[in-house]
Design a protein around this ligand. Structure first.
Ligand code: ADP
Ligand code: MG
Length: 403
């Protein structure tokens, strides 16, 4: 059991918290502040304990100087100030040598947000390579480290893993809630347990499929993922997205052979064409032509999958049924979400695009749990652990000395 924030003596201390403030920003405006709201339980708990709070987060990808311009956390400091009705100090120079002293002089209950930790990657990848010196510097800003960013927990960075080498550490409320939901669902799903998987590339999901197959009763496949399985069964899938790797195809054939009673594949599709952007047609899965591209599942598939859903008690959804970003191919995803909602079963949705599609079609509050950890959620479901959580202290561990 990982150390929980409530089992730490945080009273009047300076607490460094790693959040996931990787929010979508357009023209300097935050367009979805869900992740900021998810951090409030931990912030409010620490404020009630008269702590000083030092917040670390990354935002977007920072590979060049230009990337810095559009990936500043300054708008997050502003939004957090509005939400908390309390000033959040924004520090643009993370490595300011006077910063530890400035923080020491601050009164209790002050909140500081440091600039995007990925700015430390230019030029020397100090954050991403978990540089020991930068980890130690970040640790010198406080007394205790709280890991509260599940979405960043699959990477060993200075602000997630490196810092734990220098400070007593625990998990925050958002990570605790997320892990509890995933654990419950992973270890004791009420059966029949059905997994619905779609999305783009089979290679991205093969490990997840292999680890989840023994745990589930049915696996319903859709999207580009299903194309590769159809190809492995020698269906003509025309110009659809699918793997060309012979080793992967052999693997899919063996998965299909060993799980014949579990796996379901699409019966029909909505297809486009490789030479005509306006072409759209409904096709049975054995009628696809050379130039056609499978972009969505068809009505017969939806009907078949609906029956499997109704016979299940627990359902995990990852990946979209088709190219949901294009309204012409969004019906499969939209209809499946509607059927899932109306089924009133225990439903967990994991994965970045999957959660986005749920929000996009207005089903945000419809399911048991939306896991916002993206790739980290999938890695947790695949491997059963995450490096950024492994590095947090165990409850019985003796606290490491302050630096
Ligand atoms: P998540 O991020 O939740 O793990 P994925 O990224 O695997 O989900 O799945 C969503 C992506 O899969 C979307 O961008 C969608 O366009 C793509 N996709 C779904 N079906 C197809 C298809 N038939 N052909 C190509 N891309 C597809
Ligand atoms: Mg995705």
């Amino acid at each position: 059991m990982k150390k929980r924030i409530e089992n730490m003596d945080v009273k009047e201390k300076t607490i460094i918290v790693r959040f996931d403030y990787n929010v979508p920003i357009q023209n300097g405006k935050i367009i979805d502040d869900t992740k900021i709201y998810q951090s409030l339980d931990t912030i409010n708990y620490l404020l009630n304990k008269d702590c000083k709070i030092i917040i670390l987060s990354h935002l977007g990808k920072v590979k060049t100087e230009e990337d810095k311009m559009r990936n500043s956390l300054a708008p997050v400091a502003e939004r957090l100030t509005e939400i908390l009705k309390k000033e959040v100090h924004f520090i643009s120079n993370i490595t300011d040598p006077e910063l530890p002293e400035k923080i020491k002089l601050m009164p209790p209950r002050e909140i500081v947000l440091l600039e995007n930790t990925r700015f430390l990657d230019i030029p020397n990848k100090l954050e991403s390579n978990c540089d020991i010196q930068i980890s130690s510097f970040l640790a010198s800003l406080g007394d205790i480290f709280v890991m509260d960013a599940l979405a960043s927990a699959h990477r060993a960075h200075a602000s997630t893993v490196g810092i734990t080498k220098f400070l007593p550490s625990c998990i925050g409320f958002s990570v605790e809630k997320e892990l509890a939901a995933l654990d419950k669902f992973l270890n004791t799903p009420e059966r029949p347990f059905t997994i619905i998987m779609g999305g783009a590339k089979v290679e991205d999901k093969l490990n997840l499929i292999e680890s989840m197959l023994p745990k589930c009763d049915h696996l319903l496949l859709a999207g580009g993922l299903a194309n590769s399985f159809l190809k492995a069964l020698h269906f003509n899938i025309g110009a659809s997205l699918a793997t060309n790797n012979t080793i992967t195809i052999e693997k899919l054939q063996s998965i299909l052979l060993n799980n014949r009673d579990k796996i379901m594949l699409p019966l029909d599709a909505v297809v486009g064409s490789s030479y005509d952007k306006n072409y759209i047609k409904y096709k049975r899965i054995n009628e696809i032509n050379e130039n056609e591209i499978i972009y969505d599942i068809g009505v017969k598939t939806i009907e078949k999958y609906k029956i499997a859903i109704e016979e299940s008690n627990t359902i995990f959804l990852n990946g979209t049924m088709g190219v949901y970003e294009d309204y012409r191919y969004s019906n499969g995803t939209k209809e499946m979400l509607r059927i899932l909602k109306e089924s009133n079963k225990t439903i967990v949705v994991g994965g970045g695009d999957s959660v986005s599609s749920v929000n996009h079609f207005g089903y945000t509050d419809a399911f048991t749990y939306l896991s916002c950890g993206g790739g980290a959620t999938l890695e947790y479901l695949t491997k059963g652990h995450l490096i950024g959580i492994d590095s947090v202290m165990e409850d019985e561990e003796i606290e490491v000395l302050d630096v």
